[in-house]
Design a protein around this ligand. Structure first.
Ligand SMILES: [Zn+2]
Length: 711
């Protein structure tokens, strides 16, 4: 499909563009037509470089679309996976670093101080500062030898972890939108999906635990007793593994099913006995201590939604087998493990072998990256303001809103094609799709001058300029309390659940809302200058993906207002399950070489696969409609590719990337998304329009006879 000459042309083109890049700017290249023209050449060279045009698109489309990129990139020593998507995230961090160094006017006054100080942490802060701070960890003995069990009260420990350190262990108690009434908040109790040290990394994990425990004990001047520490940490690991085994067995969808019958909405009343995990554990005390951290009294008959009742029953049994000392050490270990990145270098060194075993990485990220990431995660509005001012073209908002409208229309029109759904359910689906609300780019207020609202988000933080570690603890507390505080408040539907400087997109079932932060509104996903074929294959597909999440195996349980409510007829509901079985089977058949031939979990990735398949189909149709209305676009120079082909290639190229084998083995068990390669293969194998665009014969790998389709 590509001639050799065009391939060579493509490479020459890139060199040319790079060398004149600076000249273009200094010559004052203002004519928008010229800019558009330049973009065509630039895009053509990007696309051809990522491809392997010598391979057969109908046989292995991933290799065809991504072979060039895969050939030219090695995974950085500090990364477990490297893809075009990951590269965008890396580049975004470079932009944020630049913003910080320029010392631009910063909206939230506290922010700059914090960022600047945190950037020079590490070697410059004396280790004694950390060990001092560690004393403030859960007040009691820390890996202590003599442990006074009778004085240990589990309700107190768990609630302190929850409210002071935002660390929800053993019992996940939190405040969130009430699934049954999306306008208000409610208390949830749920399983804590535990990490379980997989076979193969257990030894490295244990060594990591032991070295950290020894270091901290030494810092705190505890008596040296290596044998005790080794035995104790082995027990902690055993305990953790048992917990993980029971918590990971309970799939999210199973617990959701339970909820729909309302059978597990409990009241905190004197009838404690009937609740699971109640023997020797006082729920009222536990929840009351957590909520008192934000001055909220729980009511006589406070409602609590409980997910994963079987887990809580198992938990009871496991806990009774271990001494309180081990449980306490488990709690502290989990807290400390999360904090390693914020501690000085010697702590990070202790986890090198463990990380190698788990992720395959041999280097830590450089300091400034960790720093930028940390601040972006914890102060997303302030960082978002910096990013948007620097890198976001305001008109993108309107253009993306327009694209959302087009993809949404197609989703609704496509409902007519579905044989498995009856008219009533289709009408409800249409209503839900119409009601989906959108957030694009960033919340407007973050750009305002004299920003009181932004400052208010951070005013309660008690940062000290040269105490980075203490500041991170301050953040933990503040994050915990921010969400607990909401219990008696109405849900603010306009609040942004994510920062602007994020390369990702979201769907929230409780809000029936899609979110596209500024960070994802850039090439290859989107650009005002790039061809619409590429915009639809990029951000158009992402929009369709997020809309379809509202109708996947989880999202479909919520109605147009975000309430968990069964709006399906029996007929449609039954057939929905039939349709999804096909996809479960299809993806389960993928055996992933990088993960030692392990199979993808068709059930675990179902929701994402439904979204991927719907997304690509809707975006494609929306593009075809766009061409019918607006006419054909110019071709990309030097490439013998149709627009339909470009649409699919740009879609695939978003997912070009590779994994370290260690991480592949890990992520195939934990990631709710299919591996990048199968995200591309799976959804295109199901789509006739793809086979047409590339003239694939029936029976080729990319055009199998049996196709799965839900939406
Ligand atoms: Zn998704």
């Amino acid at each position: 499909l590509l001639t050799w000459s065009s391939l060579v042309f493509g490479h020459q083109l890139l060199l040319l563009l790079l060398s004149i890049g600076v000249g273009v700017k200094t010559l004052g290249f203002h004519n928008p037509h010229h800019l558009k023209y330049l973009t065509l050449w630039w895009t053509a060279s990007r696309i051809i470089q990522n491809m392997d045009p010598t391979s057969e698109p109908c046989n292995d489309f991933y290799q065809y679309a991504c072979g060039g990129w895969l050939n030219r990139h090695v995974i950085p020593e500090s990364s477990s996976r490297y893809s075009i998507f990951d590269k965008l995230r890396d580049d975004l961090e470079i932009i944020l670093k630049g913003e910080e160094q320029k010392g631009l006017a910063v909206p939230a006054a506290t922010f700059s101080k914090f960022l600047l100080r945190s950037n020079i942490l590490g070697s410059k802060v004396p280790p004694s500062s950390y060990s001092y701070a560690l004393r403030s960890f859960p007040a009691l003995t820390f890996y202590e030898f003599k442990f006074l069990e009778p004085y240990w009260v589990m309700e107190e420990k768990l609630s302190m972890m929850n409210s002071q350190f935002n660390k929800r262990l053993l019992i996940d108690m939190f405040v969130w939108n009430d699934d049954r009434d999306s306008r208000s908040h409610i208390i949830y109790v749920s399983t804590t999906p535990g990490p379980s040290a997989q076979l193969g990394v257990r030894e490295a994990y244990l060594q990591f635990m032991i070295s950290i425990a020894k270091m901290i004990r030494a810092d705190l001047n505890f008596t040296k007793d290596d044998e005790f520490v080794e035995n104790e940490m082995l027990l902690v690991m055993k305990f953790e593994t048992e917990i993980a085994n029971v918590s990971n067995n309970i799939k999210a969808w199973e617990t959701k099913q339970l909820l729909s019958s309302n059978s597990n909405v409990l009241s905190i009343t004197p009838y404690q006995v009937s609740t699971p995990f109640s023997q020797n554990f006082n729920w009222t005390v536990f929840i009351q201590i957590v909520m008192s951290s934000v001055n909220i009294n729980i009511l006589e008959n406070e409602e609590v939604v409980v997910y994963g009742v079987p887990y809580l029953q198992n938990l009871q049994e496991i806990i009774s087998k271990y001494p309180a000392r081990t449980i306490q050490n488990y709690l502290v270990w989990r807290l400390v493990q999360d904090q390693i990145s914020n501690l000085s270098h010697r702590f990070k060194e202790a986890r090198v072998s463990y990380r190698k075993a788990l992720y395959g990485t041999s280097l830590e990220d450089v300091q400034w990256r960790e720093c930028v990431r940390y601040v972006n995660n914890n102060m997303e509005s302030a960082v978002g303001a910096l990013y948007v001012k620097q890198s976001f073209a305001g008109e993108s908002k309107r253009m993306v809103s327009d694209l959302i409208q087009k993809v949404r229309e197609v989703f609704i029109e496509t409902l007519n094609e579905l044989q498995w759904m009856d008219e009533l359910s289709k009408k409800r689906a249409q209503e839900k799709a119409t009601a989906i609300r959108e957030q694009i780019g960033y919340p407007d207020y973050i750009l305002e001058e004299q920003n009181k609202k932004l400052d208010d988000e951070y005013y309660q933080l008690n940062f000290k300029e040269d105490m980075f570690f203490e500041n991170t603890l301050e953040n933990l507390k503040s994050n915990a309390q921010k969400s607990l505080k909401k219990l008696r408040e109405k849900v603010d539907q306009d609040v942004w659940i994510i920062g602007a400087a994020v390369v990702n997109a979201f769907y929230s079932p409780n809000r029936n809302q899609i979110v596209f932060p500024a960070g994802i509104l850039q090439p290859p996903f989107f650009s005002k200058q790039q061809l619409q074929a590429l915009n639809f294959g990029g951000i158009g597909m992402v929009i369709g993906h997020e809309i379809t999440h509202g109708f996947d195996d989880n999202g479909r349980n919520f109605d147009k207002d975000g309430n968990m409510l069964d709006w399906w007829s029996n007929f449609s509901s039954q057939h929905f399950k039939e349709q999804t079985k096909c996809m479960v089977y299809q993806y389960s058949n993928y055996s992933w070489d990088l993960a030692g031939g392990q199979h993808v979990s068709g059930l675990g990735t179902l929701g994402e696969n439904i979204a991927d398949n719907g997304g690509i189909r809707q975006a494609y149709k929306a593009y075809i409609k766009w061409v019918e209305q607006e006419g054909q676009e110019p071709r990309l120079p030097g490439l013998n590719l149709t627009h339909e082909q470009l649409f699919f290639i740009n879609f695939a190229q978003v997912w070009c990337g590779s994994y370290r084998p260690e991480y592949a083995s890990q992520s195939i068990k934990t990631d709710v998304h299919s591996p990048l390669k199968y995200r591309v293969m799976g959804s295109l194998q199901n789509f006739e329009a793809f086979s047409e665009a590339f003239h694939c014969h029936t029976g080729t790998v990319m055009h199998p006879e049996e196709k799965c389709r839900v939406w």
